[in-house]
Design a protein. Structure first.
Length: 172
């Protein structure tokens, strides 16, 4: 599997391929409503990655797009995230790898907090964010589970030496 950042040239093909690989159920879980097809405006919005305000990474297997994770800044320091993996490759580590790569991209772009809405039925996504984003805060709202993750936790740069030093200090 190869994960790369998308740009305006590569995004349209990836958006189309991943959408086509999603079942009706996966589309519902991703878009929070029945989505039998992408409208032109929705497709344009998903493909409009600029690498600054809207960034996306794509997983490819054998050159074929099998998943996309994206973040769109909602303020200077916050970004909303979303992940979609084609049905054939769900539960094979694609979502994990995409979310890890997206977290690195978000940190590079100065994002301090990731947030998003997940349908309560999307147990796989809820499990994924718990695994990849340790300490993620999940709050049940009316129809969704809102996730909030302070990215500084993942990018604080604490080394093994820092941890050993702290532990040694406790025993003195």
């Amino acid at each position: 599997m190869r994960v790369t950042e998308l740009d305006r040239d590569t995004a349209p093909e990836a958006v189309d391929a991943v959408f086509e690989g999603l079942s009706a159920r996966s589309r519902y879980l991703r878009f929070h409503s029945p989505t039998p097809r992408l409208t032109g405006s929705a497709r344009r919005a998903l493909a409009d990655v600029d690498g600054k305000r809207h960034a996306a990474v794509c997983a490819r297997i054998g050159g074929d797009p099998v998943g996309i994770a994206r973040m769109i800044k909602t303020s200077e320091c916050d970004a909303e995230i979303a992940v979609a993996v084609v049905d054939l490759w769900q539960r094979h580590g694609v979502g994990r790898r995409l979310l890890e790569e997206l977290t690195a991209v978000a940190a590079r772009l100065g994002v301090a907090r990731l947030h998003g809405d997940v349908l309560p039925d999307n147990r796989a996504m809820l499990a994924l964010v718990r695994q990849v984003l340790p300490g993620v805060r999940l709050t049940r709202e009316a129809d969704t589970v809102q996730l909030s993750y302070p990215l500084a936790w993942a990018t604080a740069g604490i080394t093994d030496a820092d941890l050993v030093g702290s532990l040694q200090g406790m025993w003195r």
